[in-house]
Design a protein around this ligand. Structure first.
Ligand code: ADP
Ligand code: MG
Length: 233
């Protein structure tokens, strides 16, 4: 297993947002977490990237215990997050935003910049433009491109389809598929359950801080409970 999450408990003050979450991600796969607003999906991702501390439980990545390590050291190990709401630096240019994604690297990252521009040609055309003036879809591409600049083994994607037109969503999902085919393991959090279940290899359903169902994307798509709650019948 590339990532093993065991019995993770996470609090915001006295609110228990994760109540013993366990799951794993295999090298090479797309694993997806679906669930309603407030289920704990974002909390799971930010605990994996180290921005939020776990109260108890453990996170192992490539055989190493990382539960108490810094966010920077997790990036250095190969975990990179594209945050919910595509938090780009609005006052910086596209190029500068991408450079921020490579801030831990001391080697030449020009080839990675080139790779990002091949995945997202629109960013190349806009590389001198400030990020705050990009459209929502372009900002999503920039957030993903920035996450790619650290050359991740595991990418954490938090609701990449949020607020985008169906055409752009299809484009972003196609890029996620290509990234995965070129060897990047993906943990995808999505409200668009129908698309996410089609794209992923395995999935889990979160409800109020717990994983209540897990299986292959196909199994979950066929589950009556999932169809009723997340696929509109
Ligand atoms: N900064 C915060 N302070 C207090 N409670 C929070 C905070 N962020 C999230 N929560 C709570 O934690 C729970 C899980 O939230 P979240 O992980 O954002 O869910 P999701 O991403 O699935 O919508 C919710 O009950 C939410 O209200
Ligand atoms: Mg969220």
């Amino acid at each position: 297993m590339m990532l093993e999450v065991r019995d993770l408990t996470v609090y915001y003050d006295n609110i228990r947002a994760l109540k013993g979450v366990s799951f794993s991600v295999e090298e090479g796969e797309i694993m997806t977490l679906i669930g309603a607003n407030g289920a704990g999906k974002t909390t799971t991702l930010i605990t994996l990237s180290g921005l939020k501390k776990a109260q108890s439980g453990s996170i192992r990545f490539l055989g190493k215990e990382i539960t108490k390590t810094t966010p920077q050291s997790r990036v250095a190990l190969g975990i990179s997050q594209s945050p919910e709401g595509r938090r780009v630096f609005p006052g910086l240019t596209v190029l500068e935003n991408l450079e921020m994604g490579a801030y831990l690297r001391k080697d030449d990252f020009a080839p990675d910049m080139e790779k990002v521009f091949r995945y997202f040609p629109r960013l190349r055309e806009r590389k001198k433009q400030s990020a705050g003036t990009l459209s929502g879809g372009e900002q999503q591409m920039l957030a993903m491109g920035r996450a790619l600049m650290s050359r991740p083994k595991l990418m954490l994607l938090d609701e990449p389809s949020m607020g985008l037109s169906p055409l752009l969503v299809a484009e972003i999902f196609e890029i996620i598929r290509r990234l995965n085919e070129s060897g990047t393991t993906i943990l995808l959090v999505e409200q668009n359950a129908a698309l996410a279940l089609k794209l992923c290899h395995r999935a889990a359903v979160m409800e109020t801080g717990r994983i209540v169902l897990a299986g292959t994307g196909e199994e979950l798509s066929r589950s009556p409970a999932v169809q009723k709650a997340y696929l509109g019948g």
